[in-house]
Write a protein that binds this ligand. Sequence first.
Ligand SMILES: NC(=O)c1ccc[n+]([C@@H]2O[C@H](COP(=O)([O-])OP(=O)(O)OC[C@H]3O[C@@H](n4cnc5c(N)ncnc54)[C@H](O)[C@@H]3O)[C@@H](O)[C@H]2O)c1
Length: 389
Amino acid sequence: MTIIVTGADGYIGWPTALRIADRTEDRVLLVDNFARREWVSEVGSVSATPVAAIEERLEAAREEIGLHNLSFHEGDLTDRDFVLELLEVHKPDAIVHTAAQPSAPYSQINGERANYTQHNNLQATRNLLFGLEETDQTDTHFIETTTTGVYGAPEFPIPEGGAVMENQGERDEVPFPAMAGSWYHLSKSHDAANMRLAHDQFDVPISDVRTAITYGTGTEETRADDRLATRFDFDYYFGVVAHRFCAQAVAGYPMTVYGKGEQRKPFIALEDAVEGLARLATGDPDDRPDDHVVYNQVTRAISIVEIAETIADVSGEFDLDVDVEHFENPRDEDETHKMEIENDRYAALIDGQSTTYEEGVREILADLVEQEETITAHEDRFLPGVLTE
Ligand SMILES: NC(=O)c1ccc[n+]([C@@H]2O[C@H](COP(=O)([O-])OP(=O)(O)OC[C@H]3O[C@@H](n4cnc5c(N)ncnc54)[C@H](O)[C@@H]3O)[C@@H](O)[C@H]2O)c1
């Protein structure tokens, strides 16, 4: 049996590949084109935790955790011939598709980056879905990390999947993942719709995993050796909000909350994100609730202010002195939106969350104080405006 993990050099893909390889005897094939390493250097930043070359990562996985079932294939998933050959040769039983350009601010820089993001993300997914059909492998379980951002910020509690629509007294459940607020997020709305279509037309079993903002410096496997560390970005474009704040705390820089910051956003620890993906990839097909399933991969909705204040509280344990500052919001969003999001299906998949947000922050800060020099050297990257063309 073979499981393919796309985007396997990335923040979520790498620890996911390790977890899957550790859980199963199956061959785990990692695919990536190293684009993320280039984007971050393009915006003048760097991962806080040093990221080893892929060969070193695989060697460390063999030596330190005895994983002999991992291999790597470099390639660009927007290349249809590459994808068809990949599928023909390796005949995967499951694909965990995490490859994407995942930054909203990067996709918003200009039309070129918006084009790039939507082309990259949509074409990669389409190539894989059509590739399964064209190579006669429509039993392969296709699992993609889309994003909770596909829902936008509606005024009703977000269901785990479609929404009920009523018109002229008639009601039906409709998929509604198209209220996204950035060119990146909308690429995932399109992916969600395309996966649904591929399920309807080709019968490919789909797990559409709507991933929340993911935080954490590592997982059980990545902590086994420095060479196994996953990346941790903290710049304006590629650092998710909790990561940027933690890095700002370490650099002695005030945490920058945009606007009031009372809006709640959905979060999940990296450990909990990886666990769910590994269970989906290695699980018994008969245990899946359906052949097209949406999971809200989230454990909590937290307000931006609460995020900053928790980090400020925990910072004291590391002798860091941190201020929370409010800046004018560069984003067009409701700063008091109280998001509620259902997650029963995902919570059942992982049997509840592994850590609290506060414990997660403690772990991140403990790791980041070791990288203070790298962060301080790039602290001008916390704010937008570094890259405008
Ligand atoms: N990290 C988060 O908070 C978060 C939140 C919601 C959704 N997601 C989704 O989870 C997935 C993984 O996110 P991440 O944070 O690990 O991002 P990441 O950028 O670290 O990982 C994505 C990987 O995909 C690779 N890639 C991109 N385009 C490719 C292509 N055309 N061919 C081959 N490889 C390609 C990149 O080089 C990178 O290593 C993405 O789909 C993202 O949209 C992430």
